[in-house]
Design a protein around this ligand. Structure first.
Ligand SMILES: CC(C)(COP(=O)(O)OP(=O)(O)OC[C@H]1O[C@@H](n2cnc3c(N)ncnc32)[C@H](O)[C@@H]1OP(=O)(O)O)[C@@H](O)C(=O)NCCC(=O)NCCS
Length: 183
């Protein structure tokens, strides 16, 4: 992404842990809160919201050298981020030649402006610069807007996996995209 004075992407560090924790938690709640209807899932959801994005957890992630969080900054405030991992930190074993996109969130007041596309393009370039052949990710079956977003980037379904909540009948799509290695 071209760096302009107002908007740019950079790798986040532990100094960003608090801002990242807040954005990750609020975007997660805005995106998925309204889609939870089962009381048992609601309990797991509430627990995840309370603990999953704790500042200490974010710090631990930001310290890893096999995980990258790239933040989309506007006037030096975080408005979106993408988190991606090398195979040693991936949620499924999909070989050594791939990068996983673990999380992609844009401020819920700013979706639909092309910001997610900028972050995803940045992560794909990063994968290419690491010499990877593929980028893969998981999307919840109740998130058709995100599936459409990834399909536009030529991601294809290659598998299905248990979702975060283990609710009967629900699952994550596993989507993958082949990329060109940087020469
Ligand atoms: C999915 C997401 C990262 C896409 O980023 P974005 O900046 O909204 O996307 P862009 O503006 O680059 O592209 C727009 C497309 O994204 C998709 N999209 C997904 N969720 C959307 C939302 N909440 N609002 C608008 N578009 C959304 C649509 O396909 C849309 O295309 P359309 O205009 O034809 O409907 C972002 O919407 C988001 O953070 N959603 C909530 C969290 C989420 O679902 N993350 C992915 C988990 S795997």
């Amino acid at each position: 992404m071209e760096k302009t004075k107002d908007q740019y992407i950079r790798r986040l560090t532990i100094l960003d842990a608090s801002e990242l924790s807040q954005l990750a938690q609020s975007t997660f709640v805005a995106a998925f809160g309204p889609k939870i209807h089962d009381p048992q899932v609601q309990e797991k959801f509430d627990d995840y919201v309370q603990h999953g994005y704790a500042i200490e957890k974010m710090k631990a992630l930001l310290k890893r050298d096999d995980c990258w969080c790239f933040g989309l900054m506007e006037k030096d405030s975080l408005i979106g981020f993408i988190q991606c991992s090398a195979p040693s930190n991936q949620s499924l074993k999909r070989g050594e030649d791939c990068l996983e996109v673990d999380r992609l969130y844009v401020d819920s007041n700013r979706t639909g402006e092309g910001l997610g596309a900028k972050l995803l393009s940045y992560a794909i370039e990063h994968a290419s610069s690491l010499g990877k052949n593929k980028v893969w990710l998981r999307v919840w079956c109740h998130n058709p807007d995100a599936v459409r977003f990834y399909e536009r980037f030529d991601f294809k379904e290659v598998d299905r996996a248990a979702d975060k909540w283990n609710h009967p009948g629900d699952f994550d799509y596993v989507l993958e995209k082949e990329i060109k290695k940087a020469t």
